[in-house]
Ligand binder design. Structure first.
Ligand SMILES: [Zn+2]
Length: 232
């Protein structure tokens, strides 16, 4: 059954649609504070949960001339100048080594900025993202929420708290097929290098996941000197 929205207003609230519309307009009149048009959408989840595929899908909704897509310079697993999903979809991207470099690389006129693997950027990214949203830019943040020891990445926690929208994605547990929200390290950690693909990681549910035997490799916490220092 198709219910027209005017009818649904009546069914749900027993209030004519005209009254609801008038009420919304009154609300706008009494609350005329201008709000910036920018927004922050955070997509989090374990590896192999389709986060980068989501980034590519959402970024392609914006014209190429008005979008800027970034990845971290240390993530050279698949292609240094493109984001590549585990499903094989790709999109041109600019590599940035830190948050302040990223700001300098945003072209004038960009109204949409997407950043992949944000956990690599460290906490300095929070101020940058706040600044972009205040300038009216829509910012899509994509990254791991938990490291291989199931510790939260501070930058992702802070960005999710700031976000207008948070999407939590899950994967399929490689051990039992249930819903997975953890990333299992399946190869030895050499020299603290935590960047890798399916040869080093797989998604696991809580029952199948175990932390690495090696000591925790700390998430990046460096704050660029030009940014606030009270976010640590
Ligand atoms: Zn499992």
């Amino acid at each position: 059954m198709v219910v027209h929205w005017r009818e649904s207003c009546f069914i749900v609230w027993n209030v004519p649609a005209e009254v609801i519309t008038a009420s919304i307009m009154d609300e706008r009149r009494v609350n005329p504070i201008p709000r910036p048009a920018g927004w922050v959408h955070v997509v989090i989840g374990p590896m192999f949960s389709g986060k980068t595929e989501t980034l590519i899908h959402l970024a392609e909704q914006h014209p190429p001339e008005s979008r800027a897509v970034f990845k971290h310079a240390s993530d050279t697993r698949y292609d240094p100048q493109r984001v590549v999903s585990h499903a094989g979809t790709v999109l041109d991207a600019t590599a940035a080594s830190d948050a302040s470099t990223l700001v300098d690389l945003i072209p004038a006129g960009a109204s949409f900025v997407a950043i992949d693997e944000c956990q690599f950027f460290g906490i300095g990214l929070v101020v940058v993202v706040e600044s972009l949203a205040e300038r009216g830019i829509g910012v899509l943040i994509v990254g791991l929420d938990l490291d291989s020891w199931a510790n939260a990445f501070p930058v992702m926690d802070a960005l999710a708290e700031r976000a207008d929208e948070v999407t939590r994605r899950s994967a399929v547990c490689a051990g039992c097929g249930r819903v997975a929200r953890f990333t299992q390290r399946v190869a030895p950690i050499v020299d603290g290098n935590m960047i890798g693909g399916s040869e080093s990681f797989e998604p696991r549910c809580q029952a199948c996941w175990t932390p690495p035997e090696q000591a925790v490799v700390e998430a990046p916490l460096r704050i660029d000197a030009s940014y606030r220092t009270d976010l640590r």
